[in-house]
Design a protein around this ligand. Structure first.
Ligand SMILES: [Zn+2]
Length: 468
């Protein structure tokens, strides 16, 4: 067999997912993600390893920026092939890429002004990594395929997308390459979801792939269960009612915001929390929620039953979708206890910063974190107990109650990763462990080898493997 697999991102790191397959005279990528880890961001500006015009397709696992966020740059530099993904991923990715391009443009303009004022040069050029026009040029290239339907992607190469249970539309991709009478299969795990989460189906499993590329984000950790989420929310919300203040929830727009709505609607229905106003104050989360409503066939059975009853989690008494900036500002006048869910998830931008500026110094406020807060972000400072924080150039003392719910993670932990592999009927020829910090990936690869005897490795950035 003559198949090369190169690791061009998320190799000993968690962002910038990108794999290159070279076989049967064609080249294609699996994912084309943005590097978001500060130490690797310079790679976003580097030329692609292969001239984009030489690629015949990109297979896209899901809509998170660290998997799709460099597509507009690929297109701007000459990619003319297809971006193949599920219909839900296509719809969500379009929203996310346009938003990302807008942020790229705004950031570049801001940096240019600042560097001119300070008479210095930044680390990267003061131009956007890509523009809204570039993002728009990407949209016509999307070519969608449903779960479990094989699609031809090149001569003797097919791909099949299987539900990954990570975010709506997310997929694991099985690529089958035929040469002469011989065949090899490679399964790309993408991001692996968790079992028994609300809304989504459980992750798909595989029986006899030849090669596996597996993520390892939490390869050296075990999560708290999702069972505690409801209990935690009941306690936090009832406490907030006793204090009489707002509950500010910084949230990611994809999946997390919808999951919070799911739990709130359930707790309200069960009478475990008082009737309250809930504001989803994020245009992107509102758009993505609309996509969720269109794909009810992708949800698990319980969620489908809910959507058919009068109890849709996306439409319950007290829930308001806040579209415009004026409507968002008007929330300052809301009296009493209410929940405001707003982006960005780590408080690095977006409307949540305005609400934090308004409420974080009031002792009756609760700030509720429901997602990971990376080092160096405003969210992390608040979570780590900063006495005061700067927001839009103004210092605010932190007097609000700061709480966090841990159970929401959308990634399998070490047990989950092993469970994902538990259906294997034959030993794979090799397992490549990617998409994890170096130590998490190495620990998981070693643990996996020790418990199963499988042949594992942790490829480093830029390396190429030839598959036998
Ligand atoms: Zn993801």
């Amino acid at each position: 067999m003559d198949i090369n697999l190169s690791f061009l991102g998320a190799a000993r790191g968690v962002t910038g997912s990108r794999y290159l397959i070279e076989a049967n005279g064609v080249k294609l990528l699996v994912d084309c993600g943005l590097y978001q880890e500060r130490k690797f961001q310079y790679r976003n500006w580097k030329p692609f390893h292969v001239p984009p015009g030489e690629l015949c397709a990109v297979l896209l696992t899901h809509a998170h920026l660290d998997h799709c966020g460099l597509l507009p740059k690929l297109v701007a530099e000459g990619f003319k092939g297809r971006v193949i993904c599920t219909p839900a991923t296509a719809d969500i990715t379009k929203i996310i890429l346009l938003d990302s391009a807008k942020i790229q443009e705004e950031d570049a303009a801001y940096k240019k002004r600042r560097h001119q004022r300070e008479g210095r040069q930044g680390r990267y050029p003061d131009i956007p990594l890509y523009t809204i026009d570039d993002a728009e040029a990407t949209l016509p290239l999307f070519d969608t395929v449903d779960y479990d339907e094989p699609v031809a992607v090149g001569p003797g190469i097919t791909a099949t997308f299987h539900d990954a249970g990570h975010v709506l539309g997310s997929a694991m991709i099985k690529v089958i390459i035929t040469q002469g009478g011989d065949q090899r299969s490679i399964v790309f795990s993408g991001d692996i979801g968790r079992w028994d989460r609300p809304m989504l189906e459980d992750p798909s499993q595989f029986r006899r792939p030849d090669y596996i590329v597996i993520e390892s984000t939490y390869g050296d950790r075990e999560h708290e269960g999702t069972n505690e989420i409801g209990e935690d929310l009941v306690e936090i919300i009832n406490q907030a009612f006793r204090m009489g203040g707002k509950i500010i929830v910084p949230s990611f727009a994809l999946q997390r915001a919808q999951e919070i709505l799911y739990y709130l609607s359930m707790l309200l229905r069960q009478g475990r929390i008082p009737a309250m106003k809930v504001y989803l104050d994020s245009p992107m989360a509102i758009k993505i929620t609309e996509v969720f409503k269109r794909y009810e066939e992708l949800f698990d059975r319980e969620m489908q039953a809910l959507l058919h009853s009068r109890h849709s989690p996306f439409d319950f008494p007290g829930l308001t979708m806040v579209e415009t900036v004026d409507e968002s500002k008007a929330l300052n006048a809301v009296r009493g206890t209410a929940m405001i869910i707003a982006g960005s998830g780590m408080c690095t931008g977006g409307r949540v910063k305005h609400h934090l500026a308004q409420y974080i110094s009031r002792p009756e406020t609760t700030v509720l974190f429901v997602g990971y807060q990376a080092e160096g972000t405003l969210g992390r400072y608040i979570l780590d107990g900063a006495k005061s924080v700067r927001i839009h150039g103004v210092r605010h003392p932190v007097r609000a109650k700061i709480v966090q719910i841990h159970g929401f993670s959308a990634h399998a932990d070490r047990k989950g990763l092993l469970r994902w592999l538990s259906k294997l009927a034959v030993e794979p020829r090799h397992i490549f462990v990617t998409h994890g910090e170096k130590t998490a990936a190495e620990h998981f690869a070693a643990y996996l080898a020790a418990t199963t005897g499988y042949d594992t490795s942790v490829p480093s950035y830029g390396t190429k493997a030839s598959l036998e």
